[in-house]
Write a protein that binds this ligand. Sequence first.
Ligand SMILES: Cc1ncc(COP(=O)(O)O)c(C=O)c1O
Length: 394
Amino acid sequence: MPPTQTDSLRNLPPYVFAELDRLKAEARARGATLVDLGIGSPNLPVAPGIIRAMAAAGEEPTSGAYPPFRATPGYFDAITDFMHARFGATIEPEREALALSGAKEGIAQLIFALCEPGDVVLVPEIYYPVFARAPLLCRAEVRWVPMRAEDDFVLDLDAIPAADRKRAKILIANYPNNPTGARVDVDFHERAVRFAQQNDLLYVSDMAYSELTFSGRPAPSALEADPDREVTVEFHSCSKTFSMAGMRIGFVVGNADAVEALAAYRTNVGYGTPTVMQAAAAYALNHHAELVPATVAEYRARRDAMMNAFHAAGWNAEPPPASMYLWLQVPDGVDDWEWVRTLIDEDGVVVTPGVAFGDGGRGWFRVSLVRDKETLAKAASAIAARREAMLSVR
Ligand SMILES: Cc1ncc(COP(=O)(O)O)c(C=O)c1O
């Protein structure tokens, strides 16, 4: 008999999105038409300049050759210029940057490169799944860092017990945050950097939503708090900022040893990131100042369309300052899955139960702003009406 999955793979907690897929398939089989605000896959078109850059790169005679392991010169330059223009960070790209086929696999590979069985990774208790699944896959242990609504979802680093600090190799944070839409100022990164220095660990900042902020205050980079890159690496992604999620392109910047470890891991299991995608991403980063404002304006309009509909229905939910999600409370007394299932079955609206982001997400649900604002406003009215109806029978 051929071998079966390893215990670490088989014993991962169930992937909530798979259960959501099942509910969607059942509803569709009954003939329902769904507005799917579950997964955060951008529905905005990729800017024509980005497509042209990709096409031009594809026409190069060697476009089909293996890419350089770390990054093309053009992508290194674009990363360096972007980090400087946006965050005032001066990086040495050959040592401190690396092209990635998305932040997700980069984060997983960094964890595989640094952690062994028994090591500890400090993960926000409301988390993007790979933060916990990658440690579990390499039999490292996960310890949850408190992330509470009453603290505006800013991690409580002081609450991490001494025993966990001692064994931890990595602390992960993600701001602007998926799913809560929280943002932080540079003082949070300063505390995280100090924490990492005091406890000899690596601070991993996931900035997949770096440009999607609505408050007029751009999100700071963790590297601003660690100008010498002593203990910090940061993951960036073109998926949401430039609606390039399907093109699988991002990068990591920061501590040279951590970047080297990730590069070493990647060299052993892959061949780097496709050259045409690096050309497309280089164009995107080089033109971020022209491209990003329209995207932010669109997400802001979508957010506001939903919030206005909630408020019109008498629900005073808080608008998030960042990201492309709304993070909302399941009506009091209603079970999370009952809520999500009812919205799918009765209203044709798909949202993600908060438990998809760990136990810390129980009692909440996430709405992805991945439809036009008219569709979202209608979905919001339906959600608000369903909330009223369910509250009134309890
Ligand atoms: C917090 C966070 N990090 C990383 C990613 C994945 O980024 P990429 O598409 O670059 O792998 C996502 C995607 O939803 C995310 O929400």
